[in-house]
Design a protein around this ligand. Structure first.
Ligand code: ADP
Length: 328
């Protein structure tokens, strides 16, 4: 391998810069040239790229976002998109492509692979942690801490005002951030797609524990962490329905994109460095259509095609504890 290309795609995540840095430094040590496409797959389709040398990744390990920018790229999902992407890689003499992103970005990579002769490897970068083949994704640990900081602050005002707050956290269709931040924030309830079935017709799963808590403890504040996409109409609609159902004011707080930003925590910088470096090493050993992940602390390869299968369990021990004990 003489020349590799790198891009960051899909939702950005803290630690993507640390992964870029690790790829560039590792490749430089192996005398491999690196180019970076800008704006995810858009840069690949429009040949918007730059050479990445060690000096370009100096002083970025602590920075949130991604120096290469990220984007969603509908053009790759057109019939001509993947072939054009492959042609551009071929024309630029790229021996291998590294995609840092989530499972959507990996699906895009698989489409390109149908026309491309070189190797492709993925590095899991998303705050949602919804990628199979790695215990944690790059950005997840930082997002937990960001959400936790917000929950702690909301707890202060909820306590002072004796209110019920519903805090909506990101996760697309998964509850990893919500379970982790909810547990760490001492949330009375956690609503996630994996273990909550709440419909406008049946709110008992939420209202019964609230009523118990009010009766038993007379709690001043009550925090319900809600993973996005857990309730039809959204978390604001859920807050309104609950207010009606129990006669106590429930407020929704949608945390939103704050969760994607910020300086990556140490765990994300370390994971990003490990997986970025491993991706380059694995390519040299011939890896193709694999994702570089970490399981039980060890680097590992996992088929790109299976990264979106959603078989990774959400911690069953914590789920059980939260449901049986945490809401008291
Ligand atoms: P993430 O990587 O964070 O899961 P998305 O699901 O938004 O993000 O996917 C990122 C990009 O990957 C899309 O904008 C698109 O360019 C590309 N992509 C996703 N799915 C496909 C597909 N089936 N075919 C081609 N490209 C795809």
């Amino acid at each position: 391998i003489k020349r590799i290309a790198l891009l960051t795609s899909g939702g950005d995540a803290p630690g993507m810069n640390a992964a870029i840095r690790a790829v560039v430094l590792t490749a430089a040590a192996c005398r491999i040239e690196v180019i970076g496409f800008e704006h995810g797959y858009i840069g690949l389709l429009e040949q918007e790229y730059r050479t990445l040398l060690p000096q370009h990744v100096h002083n970025i390990i602590q920075r949130g976002g991604t120096i290469l920018k990220s984007a969603r790229c509908p053009a790759l999902q057109t019939p001509e998109g993947p072939k054009l992407a492959a042609d551009n890689l071929q024309q630029l003499n790229i021996d291998a492509l590294i995609v840092i992103g989530g499972d959507g970005s990996f699906r895009g990579a698989l489409e390109i692979a149908r026309y491309y002769d070189g190797q492709i490897i993925g590095v899991p970068g998303t705050i949602d942690n919804d990628v199979d083949g790695t215990t944690n994704t790059i950005g997840y640990a930082t997002a937990i801490d960001t959400a936790l900081d917000a929950i702690d602050k909301i707890r202060d005002t909820a306590d002072a005002f004796e209110r019920i707050f519903l805090v909506e956290l990101m996760g697309r269709h998964s509850g990893y951030i919500s379970l982790a931040a909810g547990i760490a924030g001492g949330a009375e309830q956690i609503i996630c797609p994996e273990f909550s079935q709440i419909t406008p017709k049946d709110l008992r799963q939420i209202t019964t524990p609230i009523q118990h808590a009010q009766l038993l403890m007379g709690k001043a504040s009550y925090i319900i962490v809600v993973a996005e996409n857990s309730y039809p109409g959204g978390t604001t609609a859920l807050a309104e329905a609950l207010t009606k159902a129990i006669g106590i004011e429930c407020r929704a707080c949608i945390l939103g994109h704050i969760q994607r930003g910020g300086s990556p925590v140490g765990a994300d910088r370390i994971l990003a460095t490990k997986l970025g470096a491993y991706a380059v090493e694995a390519l040299q050993q011939g890896a193709h259509l694999q994702m570089a992940g970490e399981v039980h602390g060890e680097v590992t390869l996992y088929p790109l095609a299976k990264t979106g299968d959603r078989t990774k369990a959400i911690d069953p021990y914590l789920v059980r504890w939260q449901q049986q004990v945490g809401s008291y």
